[in-house]
Write a protein that binds this ligand. Structure first.
Ligand code: SF4
Length: 232
């Protein structure tokens, strides 16, 4: 896998920059004080690692691709850059106050290994992930201009049903890959979901995380699931 990203890394920075609003939100979700040590797992060429360092955090960037890590090193010498597999980070337990992964988890072959590592290397902090589901991506403005390229991108993203069964969530907590898992929108879609899971822990929630229910807030409407409306 590192060969693929070594190839992509050659021209990666031509089209990619850190978005200031996304960086601000990641920083906010980390809930750490200035100077806290945070690891960026799958940092790529380091755009978000550097953005968060400039916001006052002591950053470490890790990536499986040596091309990406070399590119990051050229941009910032004050950050510790490590070439490493997300499944085996060469750092001690509880070495950081927080961890981030920005548009990376769809590259992990399995989620549990990297998540377990993130849990191991952070003390009592948060692991903040920025990602997108295939359904959410269908609303991106890029789809209008690059439909074929975006269709290929949808297929890369982790389908939510992969991470939202009760059986998987129980396993993740029991294996200490996370302290807890919270859900919100699946219960807006199916308030009776817990009852379904009593008899079938592998049942997949209907919610596709399209975010249409949230739009109601801005239009003065109560939050409700569009699937419920369209089914009525
Ligand atoms: S509107 Fe979309 S995101 Fe909201 S609950 Fe329904 S399926 Fe889920």
């Amino acid at each position: 896998m590192s060969q693929k990203y070594d190839h992509i890394g050659i021209e990666y920075d031509v089209t990619r920059k850190a978005d200031p609003e996304i960086a601000r939100r990641i920083h906010n979700h980390l809930q750490v004080i200035e100077g806290s040590s945070v690891v960026d797992i799958g940092c790529g060429s380091g755009n978000y690692t550097i953005a968060l360092q400039q916001m006052g955090l002591e950053m470490t960037g890790t990536d499986i691709s040596s091309t990406m890590v070399d590119s990051a090193k050229l941009k910032n010498h004050d950050i510790s850059w490590i070439r490493a597999d997300a499944n085996e980070l060469p750092v001690e337990d509880s070495a950081f106050k927080g961890a981030i992964s920005t548009l990376v988890i769809h590259h992990f072959e399995e989620l549990e290994g990297p998540f377990r590592e993130a849990y191991r290397v952070i003390s009592e902090g948060r692991f903040v992930i920025f990602t997108s589901s295939p359904v959410q991506m269908r609303n991106y403005w890029l789809v209008e201009y690059f439909p074929k390229a975006m269709e290929a991108s949808f297929k890369q993203m982790p389908p939510l049903e992969k991470v939202r069964t009760l059986s998987l969530m129980e396993r993740v907590v029991q294996d200490k890959a996370a302290d807890c898992i919270s859900l919100c929108r699946p219960f807006i879609c199916e308030p009776e979901l817990v009852n379904y899971w009593k008899t079938n822990k592998d049942r997949k929630p209907k919610c596709s995380s399209c975010n249409k229910c949230v739009e109601g807030i801005y239009k003065g409407r109560p939050i409700d699931c569009i699937l419920k409306t369209t089914q009525e």
